[in-house]
Design a protein. Structure first.
Length: 342
């Protein structure tokens, strides 16, 4: 069994996973998550803010200490959409290097492939469409994972649609969005998703536009969808076991979107099941997910807590074991000290 630590820094959230991997499967994984909002303002300025870099640095410094205390011999670190977009992402990676990490800004295709690998662990033998709806982008991946672990990825594409990007473009000019704001947000999201759906043939199996090899299930991961599940159930405290693989209909997603649109950020922050720090961007995320379901003709989605961190753990373990990477890509591993950091 191989233990690894994986740190992923997204547009909204910075996360740590310490995982035990055996026989090409994650047998145990502990996750930590903190909303750091690295991508705050990036869509408008093209730059990471100094205070956002500071928030992430402080968070990740703690993550490295946690990884050492958990007995992980090595750690990897990836950055995604916000770092891809920012012209000064080197400021962030340099700060992380000072912690001894070897951070990598990964392209959308790798992000989507890793996420699919993680999500598909629960759907072996089924053809699925995985959507990783983040803060700055949504990765769409179509394929299947065999019982033997063989990965068949037919289509992977990263689309610049995410909860923070949609929010900053259309939904934060006033305390409450207007009908015009929501229409513009939906149009932006549709314009982003439609070409990918057409190119990849991502329409639901059995739908009017379905093509050969169409996905039989839509599985969505990311903070927006897990929050929507928790909000729908008025879940307090948050229970990942209840959220993982829970279903939401398109009607429920649209109803939640409508409810959120009628509340200020402060009112959203009081909703059961929603982290207060996610309140400013949750409406943008709901718009993205409801529009994705419309574009792909899925009437139901399943939420997954298995995501990029699961896929990253599998590839990290392969790197340490010297075995083939399931996605043909390997993270840079940093050897951790054997004693807890002081």
């Amino acid at each position: 069994m191989t233990r690894v630590a994986c740190i992923d820094i997204g547009t909204v959230t910075a996360r740590l996973a310490v995982a035990d991997v055996e026989g090409g499967r994650v047998v145990r994984l502990i996750k930590h998550s903190e909303i750091c909002n690295l991508g705050e303002g990036v869509d408008a300025t093209g730059r990471l803010r100094d205070d956002a870099i500071g928030r992430v640095f402080s968070c990740v410094r703690g993550y490295v200490a946690l990884a050492v205390e958990a007995g992980a011999p090595a750690a990897c670190c990836t950055l995604t959409s916000a770092a891809r977009d920012a012209e000064n992402s080197r400021d962030m990676t340099s700060a992380l290097e000072s912690l001894g990490l070897s951070p990598l800004v990964i392209p959308g295709r790798i992000e989507g492939s890793l996420t699919f690998l993680g999500v598909a662990q629960d759907f072996r033998g089924r053809r699925i469409l995985v959507a990783d709806n983040g803060g700055g982008s949504t990765e769409l991946a179509l394929g299947s994972l065999g019982e033997d672990g063989a990965l068949d990825l037919t289509y992977v594409r990263s689309v610049d649609v995410g909860c923070r990007r949609v929010t900053e473009k259309y939904l934060q000019a006033a305390p409450l969005p207007t009908a015009g704001d929501l229409t513009a947000a939906h149009a932006f999201v549709a314009e982003g998703f439609a070409p990918a759906v057409e190119e990849g043939g991502l329409w639901a199996a059995g739908s009017e536009r379905a093509v050969a090899g169409a996905p039989e299930a839509l599985v969505v991961c990311g903070g927006t969808v897990t929050s929507l599940v928790a909000m729908d159930a008025e879940m307090e405290p948050y229970d990942s076991a209840r959220v993982h693989l829970a279903s939401l209909t398109r009607e429920k997603v649209e109803a939640l979107e409508g409810r959120l649109a009628g509340l200020t950020v402060e009112q959203r922050a009081e909703l059961p099941g929603l982290q207060a720090k996610r309140a400013p961007v949750i409406l943008g995320g709901a718009v993205a997910i409801s529009e994705l379901m419309r574009q792909t003709s899925f009437s139901t989605l399943q939420a997954s807590e298995s995501d990029l961190l699961f896929g990253l753990a599998l590839t990290a373990a392969a790197s340490l074991d010297g075995t083939a990477s399931p996605v043909g890509w390997r993270p840079e591993m940093h050897v951790l000290p054997e004693r807890p950091l002081r």
